[in-house]
Design a protein around this ligand. Structure first.
Ligand code: FMN
Length: 162
């Protein structure tokens, strides 16, 4: 039996170590939704643009595909539980005490960096939607970062602040 080719591609891409983020956006009813994302990439400095890719099979596709403004929380080294939680649609709602408004978008109180974005462009690419955001504000603080490598969570140590 041969594994489907997607599985091999996934395994190969999992050797590319990334950080882990939660992208968040307000819903019309006032609730806030989060989704775990590691496809975040910076695109341009002038203007400041970043992108992430949203899978079209996600139950949260419509919400994030149409959001005009959204936040990004870069998770810290101890925050794997948040990554696990926001990978599931049934636990997507961010409790008010876990969220704050940053430059008019919801972000998690957790995290080592936050970005506020407004959607600049969207591009369908295969089974994902590339969402490009213009960064309207950002902030960063010291601390270890959560990583994702070969399907496992890990930690990148912040040697600058120790
Ligand atoms: C570490 C990690 C990174 C992920 N990165 C992405 C991503 O970049 N884009 C994406 O659409 N889903 C990503 N996911 C999957 C989503 O978080 C979520 O599990 C998926 O969209 C299914 O959600 P649903 O319950 O809304 O269908 C990632 C999951 C994990 C655990």
């Amino acid at each position: 039996m041969h594994a489907p080719p997607e599985q091999g591609f996934r395994r190969a891409m999992s050797a590319f170590a990334t950080g882990v983020t939660v992208v968040s956006a307000a819903r019309a009813d006032g609730r806030m939704s989060g989704i775990t994302v590691n496809s975040l990439t910076s695109v341009s400095l002038q203007p400041r643009l970043m992108l992430w890719c949203l899978g079209d099979q996600s139950e949260r596709y419509d919400h994030f595909a149409t959001a005009d403004a959204w936040g990004v929380t870069v998770l810290g080294g101890d925050e794997a539980a948040l990554a696990i939680r926001y990978a599931r649609a049934e636990r997507e709602t961010i409790a008010a005490h876990e969220a704050e408004t940053f430059a008019n978008v919801p972000v998690l109180r957790a995290g080592v960096a936050h970005f506020a974005c407004r959607t600049h462009d969207r591009q369908r690419a295969g089974d994902h939607l590339i969402i490009i955001g213009e960064v309207t504000d950002f902030r960063v603080k010291p601390g270890d970062a959560l990583t994702f490598f070969r399907g496992q969570y890990g930690r990148a140590v912040d040697t600058r602040s120790t």
